[in-house]
Every structure is written in structure tokens, then in C-alpha cells.
Design a protein around this ligand. Structure first.
Ligand SMILES: *Cc1c(COP(=O)(O)O)cnc(C)c1O
Length: 371
């Protein structure tokens, strides 16, 4: 039996360090907005290569609060259009609509699954004010092209880096390309807390300060409220867990990449298309963090059932595109054929830093024996 992602095995690797970090917090008597959060923010900003990092409650809040901060700072207003990928996890779009901004969905590039810059540019209208690229499955969107478009049309760029901790392009990490970037530390993400957690990275001090206030009832100074804020804070225990796990993120990403290389090299089945992987020589150019290893096949449902029978657990990211969800009835008449085909054909194979060579071999054999 090969599990899809073994969270217990992942955290067991660092059990002693996690327990001692949790003990340190328990014994400190200080549980929100303390030394652990400040230290993690500093460490994660350094890791991403940004000046600021603000811890928040989760990844959706990181997206919501950044857009809200831009509204409070007068850079966005209700009704402005935000370009988002049609092919994404729904949270990216929820953050737009929650702020009463208008999502304009754009089809992905077939090869990378990420937003297509040409189609994004074609979708720009006089009301467009921002682009929200998602680094889907752990691979950076075409950020040089997106930043170029943003500069030419004076648009804000919010990266959704929830799946791309440590991924980079031309040596520049996810989280450092846009005007701000949202991260999730949901337990199953590449940098996962032991509960919910999130953060925003940015070089913009005004935005960092506004997000910090918005997530704390709109307050910078106790009992003085600048904004009608909310409670969206990263807590001390989760920050302490993340500080331990951040130290191992690069080695875990290296193991994910090794597994991906092995899958790509050894999965040969005419019914299946592997994702494109940069070879070792071009790794410095594009470092895919392999949050997910996603294959494409017209026989997706049959393959999933076959693999399940063979003891290989897989998942679908994602089965229903956002514009076909009941939550977005208003978008249901829009048509995104590339996105719709992707949702019918993708399958995520087991992927994680604790997967053994034996398990990888089992997955490969099972996939290759499917017809
Ligand atoms: C996980 C995820 C989110 C949301 O993060 P949470 O911490 O679960 O709120 C947002 N966007 C993408 C692309 C994600 O994968």
C-alpha cells in the first residue's frame, strides 16, 4: 500500500525537535503575537528573499488580507477586475470575490498548467487593476512575462504561492516576484504546520503594516483601530513548528525532485503524459518544488481505480473547476475548454519527502502496467 502523503511520517522525522519547540512555547506562557511569530517571520522573509513577512491564520486569509490591504491603501476599489487562472484551487478566487472585486478567469498553458501570459494580457480591460498568478503544483508561473505585463499596464501582482514554498525561477524564489505573495502552511503543503497557518511576503512596508493591522482587529496599537479588521493571526505554537520545519524544507524539496525525476524517467505508458521536468543542467533556471506530481490521461478515472486496486493511492487536483462550482453560479455559463479538459484528465501520484525508493518503484510498476 502506497499512501498519497504520509503526514505522520513527515512530522515523525523531526518529532524531538517539534516536541521541544512546543514545550518551549507552553512554558513561555505567551501564546499569540510573541517571539516565535516574530522569529519565524524574519526567517521566512530571509528564506524567500523579501523584506517583510506577516504571519496570518491560513493561506486564504493571506490572499484576502493582501487584497483588503490594497483596498485600504487606495490601490484597489470595489468592482475592480482581478485576473486569475481558471485552473486553480478555488481559494484564489474566493479571496477576490470576498473583497467585492471581480474575478476575470484566464485559461492556463497546457504544458505548465499555469496561467497563460498572452491570454492574461488579452483579458485586460480598463477596469483591470491586478493579476493573481498561482504557482500551481509547485512550479512558478511565467513571472517574468507577468511582471512585464503588470509594469506596462500598471497592475498589482499577488502571487498565490500556497503550493510553491522554495520553488524558484532564475534563482528568484516564489514569494519574491510579485508586489506581495500569499503562502499557506496547511499541514499537507510543502512547508506544513501542525494545524492551520499562513503568511504574506512583500517588500512593501505599507502593505505589511496594513496586513498586520487588518489581521489584528485593524489595530497597530492596542485599543486604537485604524481599520474594520478581523482576527487572523499566526499563533506561537504553529510558528514554533514552522521554524523547525523550515530548516528542512530544502532537503525535503530535493527529495521530492528526486522522486519526480525517477517518475519522469521510468513512467512509460502510451496512455499517460508526464509533467515536463527541467533537467539537472537547467535546474538553476527553474526549480519546481513538486508539491504534486500530476500526470494527464484521457483514461483518468479508469487509471485511478486500477491504481487503487494495486494499492497505490492517488488524488485529483482538482475534480471540478471553480467556474462550475455551485458557489459560483454566476460563472457557470462561461466556457474554459482547456481548464475543463485538464480537470477531467489530471491525476496526482503519491508524492512526499518520506516516500521510499521501494514505494516509488511500486508506483511506477503499477502505472506502467495499466492499459
Ligand atoms: C491550499 C491553498 C490555498 C489555501 O490555503 P489554506 O491555508 O488552506 O487556507 C490557496 N491557494 C492554493 C493554490 C492552495 O493550494
Amino acid at each position: 500500500m502506497v499512501t498519497f502523503l504520509d503526514l505522520k511520517a513527515i512530522n515523525d522525522q523531526y518529532r524531538d525537535e517539534l516536541v521541544s519547540a512546543a514545550t518551549r512555547v507552553i512554558d513561555s506562557g505567551w501564546y499569540v503575537q510573541g517571539a516565535e511569530v516574530s522569529a519565524f517571520e524574519q526567517e521566512f522573509a530571509n528564506y524567500c528573499g523579501t523584506e517583510h513577512c506577516v504571519g496570518v491564520a491560513n493561506g486564504l486569509e493571506a490572499l484576502v488580507l493582501t487584497l483588503r490591504a490594497w483596498i485600504e491603501l487606495g490601490r484597489l476599489k470595489e468592482g475592480d477586475e482581478v485576473i486569475v487562472p481558471a485552473n486553480t484551487y478555488i481559494a484564489s478566487i474566493l479571496a477576490v470575490t470576498e473583497n467585492r472585486l471581480v474575478p476575470v478567469l484566464v485559461e492556463p498553458d497546457e504544458v505548465t498548467f499555469n496561467i497563460c501570459p498572452d491570454k492574461a494580457e488579452a483579458a485586460i480591460t480598463s477596469r483591470t487593476r491586478a493579476i493573481l498568478p498561482v504557482h500551481l503544483y509547485g512550479q512558478l508561473a511565467d513571472m517574468p512575462a507577468i511582471m512585464d505585463i503588470a509594469e506596462r499596464y500598471k497592475l498589482l501582482v499577488l502571487e498565490d504561492s500556497a503550493q510553491a514554498h522554495g520553488a524558484s525561477l532564475h534563482g528568484k524564489k516564489a514569494g519574491s516576484w510579485g508586489h506581495a505573495s500569499a503562502f499557506s502552511f496547511y499541514p499537507g503543503k510543502n512547508l506544513g504546520a501542525l494545524g492551520d497557518a499562513g503568511a504574506v511576503t512583500t517588500n512593501d512596508e505599507l502593505v505589511a503594516n496594513a496586513i498586520r493591522a487588518l489581521g489584528n482587529y485593524g489595530s497597530r496599537k492596542k485599543y486604537e483601530n485604524l481599520y474594520q479588521g478581523r482576527n487572523s493571526r499566526l499563533d506561537e505554537i504553529q510558528a514554533a513548528m514552522l521554524r523547525v520545519k523550515l530548516r528542512y524544507l530544502d532537503s525535503e524539496t530535493a527529495r521530492r525532485r528526486e522522486i519526480a525525476q525517477e517518475y519522469a524517467k521510468s513512467i512509460h505508458n502510451p496512455a499517460i503524459k508526464n509533467p515536463i521536468i527541467a533537467d539537472a543542467a537547467s535546474t538553476s533556471l527553474k526549480l519546481h518544488a513538486f508539491h504534486l506530481y500530476v500526470i494527464r490521461t484521457a483514461k483518468r478515472n479508469d487509471l485511478q481505480a486500477y491504481l487503487s486496486e494495486a494499492g497505490v493511492k492517488t488524488m485529483i487536483h482538482y475534480p471540478i473547476p471553480p467556474h462550475q462550482q455551485k458557489a459560483y453560479k454566476g460563472l457557470k455559463d462561461q466556457s474554459y475548454p482547456v481548464t475543463e479538459a485538464i480537470h477531467k484528465q489530471v491525476l496526482s501520484l503519491p508524492m512526499g519527502p518520506t516516500l521510499t525508493d521501494e514505494e516509488v518503484k511500486n508506483v511506477i510498476e503499477a502505472v506502467n502496467s495499466f492499459s
